[in-house]
Design a protein around this ligand. Structure first.
Ligand code: GRF
Length: 237
């Protein structure tokens, strides 16, 4: 791994997570990692514009236009040319070719807008995730950073942070609340991995739930969550 670690970000959309990485790692002057390459899944997307504004090499690789083999070779070639150490999928909607996943085993992460392993897997992306969370009646969602392996959303969890689902939430309202947390935990997780942190990351950065310090919610918070009136949950404070 180079110092600072050389990061490639793969994005399909507006690139607000890419921007959070640039702000912390490149313009924020992190010694641990820098974004050195941005790959967009098609020309003209916001993520590529953000890369250009920041002076970061960027290219569009559209798998549907190029065909699977050309796409795989072009992606692998770009990562090699730019001597990339860590790959970050930040709103990347295409499948990453198995050869590239294998080459970056343990060095490729994805950010997912829910608390995996809940609300993940094939077809669970973007608005659909938040619709499913709201429809389930879950009171908590969140953001997850995880290692990428050959299966959708199933690699080891690197970092998670919870976000409340509030009464009356629309998918857009929940998405915005979760996205703000993605912007916080993704750069922290990438920086920690670049520094050689082990997984799951615990320690210097507020990246994961600290279940050791807080193994259970206090009675009062459960009562609020469940709208339980009165002393039904045992010991009172
Ligand atoms: C994020 O919610 C990410 O988790 C999801 O797509 C969204 C991307 O947003 N996969 P942006 O392109 O980083 O703004």
């Amino acid at each position: 791994m180079s110092v600072p670690a050389r990061i490639a970000v793969l994005a399909s959309g507006g690139g607000s997570n890419l921007q959070a990485l640039i702000d912390r790692l490149n313009t924020g002057g992190s010694a641990a990692a820098r974004v050195e390459l941005v790959v967009g899944s098609r020309a003209g997307i916001g993520a590529l514009e953000r890369a250009e504004r920041a002076g970061i090499p960027a290219l569009a690789l559209d798998a549907r236009m190029m065909g699977a083999d050309t796409f795989r070779d072009a992606l692998a070639g770009a990562l090699e040319t730019h001597r990339i150490d860590l790959v970050v999928l930040a709103g990347w909607l295409q499948l990453v070719p198995a050869e590239v996943v294998a080459r970056y085993h343990g060095r490729m992460v994805n950010v997912h807008p829910a608390l995996l392993p809940a609300f993940g897997g094939k077809g669970m992306y973007g608005r659909r995730v938040h619709e499913a969370v709201i429809a389930s009646g879950a009171r908590v969602s969140g953001a997850t950073v995880h290692l990428v392996d050959e299966r959708y959303d199933e690699g080891a969890i690197v970092a998670q942070w919870p976000v409340p689902v509030l009464p009356g939430d629309t998918p857009e309202m929940l998405a915005a609340r979760v996205l703000a947390v993605e912007h916080r935990i993704l750069p922290l997780a990438v920086e920690a991995l670049a520094r050689g942190a082990s997984i799951p990351i615990v320690g210097d950065a507020p990246v994961a739930f600290d279940l050791v310090a807080a193994p259970a919610p206090p009675d009062a918070s459960l009562r609020r969550t469940m709208h339980v009136a009165g002393p039904a949950l045992g010991t009172q404070a």
